[in-house]
Design a protein around this ligand. Structure first.
Ligand SMILES: *[C@@H]1O[C@H](CO)[C@@H](O)[C@H](O)[C@H]1NC(C)=O
Ligand SMILES: *[C@@H]1O[C@H](CO)[C@@H](O)[C@H](O)[C@H]1NC(C)=O
Ligand SMILES: *[C@@H]1O[C@H](CO)[C@@H](O)[C@H](O)[C@H]1NC(C)=O
Length: 917
């Protein structure tokens, strides 16, 4: 899945909005360290019987929202028994019989345990050990509206009437809402699935249709039967029923043997928007078959856009389901950022068809591996399909910093943790599992070499296909391939919290002393913090271009450097650590950059240097003025990712400094303006023929940063184009630039003491775009976010009112409003007041969805940067029962503390620096 129930979704919200900085929208593992110590036993079913085949029949009713079902399960009886316990959730069992040899036992008693989501069937007699039995159950369930299990999703038909389709989301533990089953990932079985549906609808499942006929007793219904699946886990079973249309393509068959029929299904009218995803899918299926040394095992691959979808996408075997915004891309109207996220999400899900579906984790504690690997290999496939996107630099620029930022807090956690039950499983999706996990995989694959690494993965897949495996099994296969002990290295990174900062001190004319210690953004490591001695590949890039493969294995060691003193560690930024250089080394590197000698420091190295200095200024190892000086050496920079990294640190600086005097704020804005203004002017507003995608992104970034730093020419042009666009000239505003222009215009316009209604007209024009259901979801979301760029009190209040009105903003989208206002200097206090005033109401409303509540808390307080405010917030939560959102709260408070310390420490020197410019 792409971050499920809670998390998959938020992760992608983040991918969507890198330039909005909506970076707090992911949930947190709440199993705190204490909870881990008193680990609950895993909640698993008795092992007296083992399922090996399910014959499943379902008849969903889209008018009454119930479904009828019958499941016949072939069981190996391991121990003689008269009680069979299996998983069910909100399912009513109508009858159950158990047959073996020539006997048929009827059920004498059915008891449910709603807490454990199980049902126990007690039979009239005992079934003997070693027999083959057939359990036959009829049941009824609910097509719920909770986006989980077998659920309904609504859409509007051409006449504007609300209609429903039925779909599934089982990962991790909701197959039990659709049919009684043994709902554990390693209990694999084969499936024969039959769906009874109204004749006019399309019904899809994991496998291809082998038979379709009208129901004899009701001509309005048909019965669709699918081929038997291979051995698979319950959480990957899927069915979708709706009025779909599709587009289709076939893989070349080069690595898959037969060409694979690949389709994108959508509601009527949108199938062409699936073209990008379809093209990516046929390439990715071939790429993965080659890399994994194993053909795609099913005869077809269907991908379906679902209007109500909790996560980003779900890798059901042969039937991948997506949020609209991750499958559909309108070449003419969508912004380029969505092109990358669509390509990536498709590759991520298709990678799971092997890694996850063919070889499955033994238990959910291994889920991090599934997701971390799919993240890494998903990007690997995107890199193969779109080499011009410089994906690994993008990874260094966006994915790694998320991991490094969260993992620099004391309240972070190790990648690998055990999970006992559904609620704990739901909580293990966050930037640590995905981004730190993927960063660690990338570090390993770079160290071993990508070919060796993939060789190990092939061994693993060959050895464990159709079965289950654990991360140790992967480390073993990699060790065999590489001829070294991979586990020893990996467990240092997966079982321990945090990562190191390497402090460099000169220790001789041409040598340095490198010392490692855990990096904390509070800058106050003490004896109680966990001490790990990491195994750190140094990858020292030397002035002659040579890369020295040094490895740091001790708390501190001495290494040779080139005699001219010019070097950089972590060449290519493949490893997970920060480097604290002496000022002299930074000056040498900055000189190198000013000379535009891009031979030595590649794009990723320049991004990494900014990222290290930018983070170390927050923790206090480097000074903020050193960062500002370094930033200025990039005025001739050409690469998008370098500018993007600079922009993100400038933004957090300006955001943390927001309570400083006006002359200081103006000074900071002018530093940013002097960097981005000329860049914006150089790039202009119009896309030129044959311009590449990264230049397009750079233009968006430049205009956005210039416009939000009072660059007059940019603001005037933005206003001009905005009004022309609102009046119907679609051409005047390229889709890539729409949200940026909305943001700039709404942020710059004031209502002029009520003398001028230009602001209100502009704000309402954007509101109209948000409300236009005929527009694609990406365009509408961008408009929703843009509304929060206004600085006008009355409009901010209107925006907040929208957050409480479900008829205006669907509750799944409320988080965008919180996130935007929390990030806005003018919106922050109003949001906080609204949150405090409505706390009980909000808690009740979102308490069913605790990760969402955690996000709301975090978004509300994310922008603060003072000890006073920290005190006020702590005071507010003092008498609240915060258990369910303890981790996000704790992480938010820690982040405020970090920023408050930073401002306190450096505000005087920054002021002096600015006034001296
Ligand atoms: C999981 O895989 C192992 C082999 O890797 C196998 O021995 C075990 O039986 C499998 N577990 C189940 C429940 O099938
Ligand atoms: C390196 O520096 C650290 C910290 O200053 C010191 O404890 C250590 O002894 C030095 N190591 C070497 C090999 O010089
Ligand atoms: C939980 O919250 C997420 C957003 O944070 C939302 O997408 C999802 O629909 C919610 N789940 C339920 C069951 O309400």
């Amino acid at each position: 899945m792409n971050r499920s129930s809670s998390s998959y979704f938020k992760y992608f919200v983040w991918l969507l909005f890198p330039i909005f900085g909506a970076y707090l929208l992911y949930p947190y593992m709440m199993a705190s360290e204490q909870q881990q110590q008193q680990q609950q036993p895993r909640q698993v079913l008795p092992t007296n019987v083992k399922p090996n085949h399910y014959d499943l029949w379902l008849k969903p009713h889209l008018d009454t929202f119930v479904f009828e079902g019958r499941v016949k399960v072939n069981l190996d009886v391991i121990e003689s028994t008269r009680v069979i316990t299996l998983n069910t959730h909100e399912i009513k069992i109508l009858s159950a019989t158990l047959g073996y040899d020539d006997e048929t036992l009827s059920s004498a008693d059915i008891s449910y345990d709603p807490k454990k989501t199980t049902a126990s069937l007690t039979f009239s007699g005992t079934v003997p050990a070693h027999s083959q039995a057939l359990l036959d159950i009829t049941f009824e369930g609910i097509l719920n509206d909770q986006m989980t299990g077998f659920y309904r999703s609504s859409y509007k038909d051409d006449q504007g009437n609300t209609k429903y389709l039925a779909t599934t989301q089982f990962e991790p533990t909701d197959a039990r809402r659709a049919f009684p089953c043994w709902d554990e990932p390693s209990l694999k079985a084969t499936y024969d699935i039959t769906l009874a549906v109204p004749t006019e609808l399309t019904a899809l499942s994991n496998m291809n249709v082998i038979d379709e006929e009208k129901l004899k007793d009701d001509e309005k219904w048909k019965q669709v039967k699918y081929a038997t699946t291979p051995l698979m886990s319950t959480y990957l079973v899927a069915f979708v029923v709706g009025p779909f249309e599709y587009i289709e393509a076939f893989t070349t068959g080069k690595h898959n043997g037969n060409p694979i029929q690949t389709r994108v299904y959508t509601l009527p009218g949108s199938s062409e928007q699936g073209r990008l995803a379809l093209n990516v899918a046929v390439e990715a299926l071939e790429f993965f078959a080659e890399q994994f040394g194993e053909p795609y095992p099913l005869p077809k691959m269907d991908m379906v856009a679902i209007p109500d979808f909790e996560s980003g996408a779900m890798e059901n075997w042969g039937l991948v389901t997506y949020r609209n915004v991750y499958l559909l891309f309108d070449e003419k109207a969508s912004s380029i950022q969505f092109k990358k996220s669509t390509a990536y999400v498709v590759c991520h899900e298709l990678a799971h068809q092997w890694f996850g579906n063919l070889v499955t984790m033994q238990w959910w504690n291994e889920l991090y591996l599934n997701e971390a690997f799919a993240t890494w290999v998903g990007w690997l496939a995107v890199d193969h399909i779109y080499p011009e996107w410089d994906i690994w630099t993008s990874f260094v620029n966006e994915d790694m910093p998320r991991a490094l930022k969260l993992d620099a807090l004391r309240s972070s956690h190790a990648i690998e943790v055990d999970v006992a039950d559904a609620s704990e499983i739901h909580q293990i999706f966050d930037a640590i599992s995905y981004d730190k996990g993927a960063s660690v995989i990338r570090m390993l694959s770079s160290w071993l070499g990508v070919d060796t690494f993939l060789g190990g993965v092939r061994r693993y897949i060959q050895k464990h296909k159709w079965g289950n495996a654990s991360s140790n099994d992967l480390w073993n296969s990699l060790s065999e391939e590489a001829g070294m002990d991979v586990a020893k290295f990996m467990t240092l990174w997966t079982k321990h919290v945090g990562y190191p900062v390497l402090t460099i001190q000169p220790s001789g004319p041409d040598s340095i002393n490198v010392t490692q210690s855990r990096f904390l953004s509070t800058g106050d490591l003490n004896a109680q913090d966990e001490v790990t001695t990491w195994w750190v590949p140094l990858h020292m890039l030397c002035s002659d271009g040579d890369i020295k493969p040094y490895i740091l294995t001790e708390p501190s060691q001495t290494f040779q450097i080139p005699s001219d003193g010019l070097f950089k560690l972590n060449a290519g930024q493949t490893a997970l650590y920060r480097v604290h250089y002496p000022q002299a080394t930074i000056l040498r590197l900055a000189d190198q950059i000013k000379q535009q000698d891009q031979e030595l420091l590649g794009t990723a190295d320049r991004v990494g240097l900014i990222s290290d200095v930018g983070s170390l200024m927050v923790s206090g190892e480097q000074s903020t003025t050193a960062f500002l000086e370094l930033a200025r050496s990039f005025e001739h920079e050409k690469e998008y990712f370098v500018w993007s990294q600079l922009a993100s640190h400038m933004k957090s600086l300006i955001s943390a400094w927001y309570e400083q005097p006006k002359e200081v704020m103006d000074g900071l804005l002018s530093v940013r303006r002097e960097l981005f203004g000329p860049l914006a002017e150089r790039l202009g507003w119009d896309v030129r023929a044959n311009e590449n995608d990264l230049t397009n992104l750079l233009r968006v970034l430049a205009i956005s940063n210039a416009g939000l730093s009072k660059h007059e020419a940019t603001i005037q042009e933005a206003k001009k184009r905005f009004w022309a666009y609102v009046e119907g000239d679609n051409e005047v505003l390229h889709p890539n630039l729409r949200s940026t222009v909305f943001n700039i215009v709404l942020s710059e316009l004031t209502n002029n003491n009520g003398n001028d209604d230009e602001l209100t007209r502009a704000w309402e024009a954007v509101l109209t775009i948000y409300q236009d259901e005929s527009l694609s979801s990406d365009q509408r979301l961008m408009a929703l976010v843009a509304l929060g760029y206004t600085r006008d009190a009355a409009l901010i209040e209107r925006y907040l009112a929208m957050a409480s009105d479900e008829s205006q903003v669907r509750s799944q989208d409320v988080i965008y409003i919180y996130s935007r206002l929390g990030d806005s200097v003018e919106g922050r206090d109003r949001l906080y007041k609204y949150f405090v005033d409505n706390f009980d109401k909000l808690h009740v409303k979102f308490s069913k969805n605790i990760s969402m509540f955690g996000n709301i808390v975090q978004s509300t307080v994310q922008g603060y940067a003072s000890f006073d405010k920290l005190k006020v917030i702590k005071e507010f939560f003092k008498d609240k029962d915060t258990k369910e959102y303890a981790r996000p709260l704790q992480q938010s408070l820690e982040s405020i503390h970090v920023r408050a310390k930073w401002v306190e420490r450096d505000s005087d020197s920054v002021r002096t620096w600015i006034l001296s410019q």
